[in-house]
Each structure stands twice: as C-alpha cells, then as structure tokens.
Design a protein around this ligand. Structure first.
Ligand SMILES: CCC1=C(C)/C(=C/C2=NC(=C\c3[nH]c(/C=C4\NC(=O)[C@H](C)[C@H]4CC)c(C)c3CCC(=O)O)/C(CCC(=O)O)=C2C)NC1=O
Length: 186
C-alpha cells in the first residue's frame, strides 16, 4: 500500500533518480492543502452510514426485483451483505483520499471483487449504480453543498471552511476513486 509520499519514492527509485523539484512541489502542495483534504475525508466518513443506506435504497427503488425472491438483496442475509459491501467500498475510497493514492483501494478492496461478484451472482450493474450514487453524495458533502431536493430532512451541513472553488480538485480526485470502483466492476 502506498501513499503520495511513498509513491514518490518508489517512482524515483524505479528510474534511479533523486526526488526532483517537480515532485517536491507537488508534495508541498499536498501538505499545504492538507486540512482541506482532512475535511473532505471527514465529510464522507462522518456521513458514511447515511450515504450507504441512501445509495442502496436508491438502487433498490430503481430495481425492486433485487428484494424479491431470486433477487440478490433477498433475503435479509443478502441485504445485510450488500449494505456491508457499500460500507466497505466507501471506507476504502476514504482511505485512498486520505493517502492521495489509489493503491489501498485497488489492492485491498477491488482486487478480485469482480470475480467474487460473478461467482456469487451479485449483479455488477446494480452495484455500479449504488457506487454512482455514493460518488454524487461524496461530491455534495466535500463541497458542503447537499441539496434540499435530494437530501430532504437528512440534509447536513458540515460548516467546515470551504474555499471559493468548493474544493474542486478534491471532488475530482474522490470522483476518480469512485470511477476506479466502477471500472473494476464493469
Ligand atoms: C475488504 C474488502 C471486501 C469486499 C469488497 C468484500 C466483498 C464481498 N461481498 C460478498 C458477498 C455479497 N455481496 C453482496 C452485495 C450486493 N448484492 C446486491 O444485489 C447489490 C447489487 C450488492 C450491494 C450493493 C451480496 C448480496 C453478497 C452475498 C451473496 C450471497 O452470499 O449470495 C462476499 C462474499 C463473502 C460474504 O458474503 O461475506 C465478499 C468477499 N469482502 C471483503 O472483505
């Protein structure tokens, strides 16, 4: 498992070079923006159970066969496994966002997941739908702009200082980790 610092070391070593000023600049930027990153991780982590239950509920709402006999969220044992998987995936996305590197997500969560799902008959398209919903929720929480329309009574504003660009680069970095989950399952 790598983070942005160990990644710089491994990449430099692979070409037998020193850590150059370009790499140092990017690490400096990572440190300078560190508090925003921690706020972004917290925005997801502290809303995780609400995000997961909402995403799985949305996925089922759009495809109610999942909770009927023969569906992969039926009976409750499978429903529980599905909710648990949503939590696992979201947790690994937060780890990757904290580390600034996708390796923890790839190595410990996504590696072999598609094969496991195929073997168990877990429908990848439905999982992908739940992950897409979590991607949209994460963007709203990192920006600290959940909408009245979609969040309803559960809307929660974190109130952490959000800069003018609404943490655009962190939104897109987090989006990239969700996309990695989607492409690993597709
Ligand atoms: C650390 C990383 C890690 C991951 C990622 C993980 C996933 C994972 N999900 C599993 C099962 C499962 N996953 C689901 C998930 C779903 N069913 C649906 O219809 C939905 C589309 C979807 C939820 C979004 C279900 C229902 C099962 C149980 C399937 C069965 O036993 O028939 C299993 C098989 C073993 C078990 O049931 O616990 C694994 C290994 N386990 C891990 O340790």
């Amino acid at each position: 498992m790598l983070d942005i610092f160990s990644r710089a070391v491994v990449s430099a070593d692979a070409s037998t070079s020193v850590i150059g000023s370009k790499e140092l600049d990017s690490l400096k930027e990572f440190i300078a923006q560190g508090n925003r990153r921690l706020d972004a991780v917290n925005a997801i982590a502290s809303n995780a159970s609400c995000m997961v239950s909402d995403a799985i509920a949305g996925m089922i709402c759009e495809n109610q066969g999942l909770i009927q006999a023969g569906g992969n969220c039926y009976p409750n044992r499978r429903m529980a496994a599905c909710l648990r998987d949503g939590e696992i995936i979201l947790r690994y996305v937060t780890y990757a966002l904290l580390a600034g590197d996708a390796s923890v997500l790839n190595d410990r969560c996504l590696n072999g997941l598609k094969e496991t799902y195929t073997a168990l008959g877990v429908p990848a398209t439905s999982t992908v739908r739940a992950v897409q919903i979590m991607k949209a929720q994460a963007a709203a929480h990192i920006k600290d702009q959940p909408s009245d329309e979609l969040a309803g009574g559960k809307k929660r504003i974190m109130g952490s200082p959000v800069v003018e660009d609404r943490c655009e680069s962190l939104v897109s970095e987090a989006g990239g980790y969700f996309d990695a989950v989607i492409s690993a399952l597709s």
